[in-house]
Design a protein around this ligand. Structure first.
Ligand code: XUL
Ligand code: CO
Length: 440
């Protein structure tokens, strides 16, 4: 049966198209710096927002109207799966992502939970034989069930730690079975509420131990996916341990894990951490740890993780700038960790939302590539730091200066001449590129 009978496969029709069910800017085969848009952006649909979530919020019930609403339990899981592969095909996306809990119902018995999972995983494996859409990453939900109330690998309860290990062990096996290119760790409840009841050192050491066990097990079973940490500063916990990329790097280096992990950076999480999306991408990139992206956007008027579909062209442009400078995302991709608003309850809205996100990133990729080609920012930045390419600056960079030499030099300086940072002009140039380049 068809779950989306009102929608056909979405095609590129160009910027003048008035067809809502067509891409205006995302042209999968168009080349950006030697890669097709499809290969460069590697879009993924997130199973949880698109198929599992029903539109509940803390104040109200779900609003989504879906073809599989009449089912429950495993029947619901199977109907959703059928809908998901129809959706992937019609959206023509190369990837999808899921938590174990999104694809198969959990029960209080771990044995039964794994049995449910195995049944659905076998079905996914069958779909993957003929589907163009592959698994970008999978992960374990270790935050929804009440057992995780004080964390998973950072729980004060060793039984919970063991349970979490069993879930991730299974997740790694599932990832291998389905050919996942990455495995994600988002620290759902890995954080704390108050130091009055928390042994932070033990919790962090345990998290380090947990990640080492995961690395060892993946190696043991020959699962070669890239491991990714997804930072988020708060929500659901008050103090989340993987606060942002910089905190994550410090953690990974402290526990000797920095060569085993990269980051999955989510736009809305960056904002919650008080950063821009591009800041987080940049920090990861300059440390060689930009792995994948959860593409969404927050709302500046709301202080929580609203997970909106990305439509802000400044943000997509500056994000694609970092991604292109990174030489692409390697085994990562742009996963729409984004949900339609409660008022957008039709199944068709799922297509319209993904089109909006994919078109926005397509514009961003074109504009960013042109900015890079024309060396607009590179030249400006090179000039701004030119004092480090000659004289005393070169000595500093080459390690030929110490405080004696620098102080001698400074004492002889008549006056210091700074140059303008030209921020406003650079923003105007960005606007000019956005308006001139976006149409392709
Ligand atoms: C939560 C979030 C998660 C992760 C995967 O804010 O982003 O969905 O992406 O667990
Ligand atoms: Co996410």
């Amino acid at each position: 049966m068809s779950h989306f009978q009102n929608v056909n496969t979405i095609k590129y029709e160009g910027p003048d198209s008035k067809n809502p069910y067509a891409f205006k800017y995302y042209n999968p085969s168009e080349t950006i710096n030697g890669k097709s848009m499809e290969e460069l952006m590697r879009f993924a649909v997130s199973y949880w927002h698109t198929f599992t979530a029903g539109g509940t919020d803390p104040f109200g019930e779900g609003t989504m109207v879906r073809s599989y609403d009449r089912y429950t339990g495993m029947d619901l899981a199977k109907a959703r799966l059928e809908a998901s592969f129809e959706f992937f095909e019609k959206m023509d996306v190369p990837f999808f992502c899921f938590h174990d809990y999104d694809i198969a119902p959990e029960s209080d018995s771990l044995t039964e939970t794994f049995k449910n999972l195995d049944e659905i995983v076998a079905m996914i494996k069958d779909y993957l034989k003929t589907s163009k859409t592959k698994l970008l990453w999978n992960t374990a939900n270790m935050f929804s069930h009440p057992r995780w109330l004080s964390g998973a690998a950072t729980s004060p309860n060793a039984d919970v730690f063991a349970y979490a290990a069993a879930k991730v062990k299974k997740g790694l096996e599932v990832g291998k079975e389905l050919g996942a290119e990455n495995y994600v760790f988002w620290g759902g409840r890995e954080g704390y509420e108050t130091l009055l009841n928390t042994d932070m050192k033990l919790e962090l050491d345990n998290l380090g131990r947990f990640f080492h066990m995961a690395v060892d097990y993946a190696k043991e079973i020959g699962f070669n996916a890239q491991f990714l940490i997804e930072p988020k500063p708060k929500e659901p916990t008050k103090h989340q341990y993987d606060f942002d990329v910089a905190t994550g790097i410090a953690f990974l280096k402290t526990y000797g894990l920095d060569d085993k992990f990269k980051f999955n950076i989510e736009a809305n999480h960056a904002i919650l951490a008080g950063h821009t999306f591009e800041h987080e991408l940049h920090v990861a990139r300059i440390h060689g740890m930009l792995g994948s992206v959860d593409a969404n956007q927050g709302d500046p008027l709301l202080g929580w993780d609203t997970d909106e579909f990305p439509t802000d062209l400044y943000s997509t442009t500056l994000a694609m700038y970092e991604i292109l400078k990174n030489g692409g995302l390697g085994s990562g991709g742009l996963n729409f960790d984004a949900k339609v608003r409660r008022g957008s309850f039709d199944p068709e809205d799922l297509f319209l939302a993904h089109i909006a996100g994919m078109d926005s990133f397509a514009v961003g990729s074109r504009v960013a590539q042109k900015l890079i080609e024309d060396k607009v920012l590179d030249n400006f930045i090179a000039d701004r730091y030119s004092s480090f390419r000659e004289g005393i600056g070169q000595d500093i960079v080459e390690g030929k200066a110490d405080f004696h030499k620098l102080s001698e030099y400074a004492l002889k300086l008549d006056k210091i001449e700074n140059i303008s940072g030209r921020q406003e002009n650079l923003k105007a140039t960005l606007n000019q590129y956005l308006l001139n380049v976006s149409r392709g």
